[in-house]
Design a protein around this ligand. Structure first.
Ligand code: UTP
Length: 294
């Protein structure tokens, strides 16, 4: 019997230095793409994948995230008295959406350290990790794609994407062997090894780990055991490498388009493409873009 994934951990305690000064007093996860904060895209993806129990790892200056998912009585009252029914429904949907708990990472000691902070809330069961600065747009939510593989193999699965050689050194990179799954042989891999932020000349492949994971609770023991790695931080990649010693990990080259919204260019691309897709904005925005002297 394969345990169901019920919980998703959202590490959101990073400093967001690539987005300064916007992130000096405001969490990166609350930056809006069109009109929704980054983290809400991730939370909606978790829900659409069948995971309702959300654990957010926060740090100093992140209270806007808690307020966002909480009930706002004043705002709801104001919208009610002004008969703004649509907006009221939008605002209520956010607080009704999920069962959310928070845990604190006091110091930004790395992604692996942030995940380890969720150990008590996760308990002894498999769980998902979503990095909300990776926004993934696809017909099937990316996390759902990973869960399908997890449910078949009963093993941890990470999301993979091919990236150009000149940017490979920004990622965790895998050495992996393609395996056939459901008659196809081009998306699923069994991971042999992985390395965090390798030099382009030393990268084992062009397959990078993107911010979606389905993990099993052994990863907590591994994260406890690993020493700080690249950048002096406890890296999730190093924890996973440790897990590999005792059980297989799979990688899935997901279907969909990923935007690195933690980076300025990626954020702008997501903003333009999501705005163009909106029923209420797309047409006017397209007309505006066409008239720009590019
Ligand atoms: P990033 O590598 O994007 O780091 O973290 P960052 O600090 O958020 O941003 P930059 O690079 O300084 O601009 C990836 C994810 O891991 C979380 C971040 O919040 C983000 O969701 N994280 C990172 C933590 O929760 N704690 C950490 O110590 C580091």
């Amino acid at each position: 019997m394969i345990a169901k994934v019920r919980k998703a951990v959202f590490p959101a305690a990073g400093l967001g230095t690539r987005f300064l000064p916007a992130t000096k007093a405001q969490p990166k996860e609350m930056l809006p793409v069109v009109d929704k904060p980054l983290i809400q895209y991730g939370v909606e993806e978790a829900m659409q994948s069948g995971v309702q129990n959300i654990i957010i790892v926060t740090g100093r200056g992140k209270s806007a995230i808690e307020d966002h998912f909480d009930v706002s009585f004043e705002l709801e009252h104001l919208l009610e008295t002004r008969h703004k029914r649509d907006l009221l429904a939008t605002v209520r949907a956010i607080s009704d959406m999920i069962d959310v708990s928070y845990v604190r990472q006091k110091e930004a000691l790395g992604l692996g350290h942030a995940v380890l902070r969720a150990k008590e809330l996760v308990g002894h069961e498999p769980f998902a990790v979503i990095l909300s600065d990776d926004i993934i747009d696809g017909d099937t939510p990316c996390l759902r794609q990973l869960l399908d593989i997890y449910e078949f193999y009963n093993a941890p699965v990470v999301a993979l994407m091919e990236v150009p050689r000149d940017s490979i050194s920004s990622y965790g990179v895998v050495d992996a062997e393609p395996i056939s799954h459901n008659g196809g042989k081009d998306r699923l891999y069994r991971i042999r090894n992985m390395v965090e932020k390798p030099k382009a000349s030393e990268a084992p492949s062009n397959l990078a780990i993107i911010g979606r994971y389905v993990l099993t609770p052994e990863v907590f023991t591994s994260l406890d055991a690993v020493e700080p790695g690249s950048g002096g931080e406890i890296q999730l990649t190093d924890g996973l490498k440790h897990v590999l010693r005792s059980r297989p990990i799979y990688g899935y080259r997901f279907e969909g388009k990923r935007y690195d919204a933690g980076d300025k260019l990626g954020f702008l691309q997501a903003t333009v493409e999501f705005a163009l897709k909106r029923h209420d904005l797309g047409e006017a925005f397209r007309a505006y873009l066409k008239n720009l002297p590019l």
